[in-house]
Design a protein around this ligand. Structure first.
Ligand code: ZN
Length: 145
């Protein structure tokens, strides 16, 4: 099924995906963010009718089950947007241009602070390199860190 949004964006959803993502109380536990049914127990049914409203669509299935999908939810679930936003975007660099951008921090800050660890991982993802200084030269230290 193709859904066209007010901004001109158009996303195609498979019937089985929509049924699997039904958020009604018999299909989904909102409190725990979990499916109420095993994925193999979801019936293989097709859309019988669709009502397009301003902020949501209402689907009636062949088995008379009804699902409401908010437009915001459907946009969030667009596979193309999802993969594009999560794709690693390495930064090409050479020589001195990157010197002050690459993480360079002390081993204690890396091991004992969330921000320190984050900066190292971000640097690794963006530039492929990070420097951790002050690491003991003992074998046991480098093996355990
Ligand atoms: Zn449902």
């Amino acid at each position: 099924m193709e859904v066209k949004f007010a901004d001109g964006k158009s996303i195609t959803f498979e019937d089985c995906w929509l049924r699997d993502h039904c958020r009604c109380s018999s299909c989904y536990h909102a409190a725990t963010f979990q499916r109420a049914k095993h994925i193999l127990d979801i019936p293989e049914v097709f859309i019988f009718e669709v009502q397009f409203e301003k902020t949501h669509i209402l689907i009636t299935w062949e088995d008379d089950h009804r699902s409401v999908f908010q437009a915001d939810f459907l946009i969030e679930c667009d596979f193309n947007t999802w993969t594009e936003n999560r794709r690693l975007k390495p930064v090409l660099w050479s020589g001195n241009t990157v010197a002050e951008k690459v993480a360079r921090l002390d081993i204690d800050k890396f091991l004992n602070s969330v921000d320190g660890a984050k900066s190292v991982f971000k640097s690794l993802l963006d530039y492929g390199i990070a420097f951790i200084e002050g690491v003991s030269i003992k074998n046991i230290t480098t093996c355990n860190s």
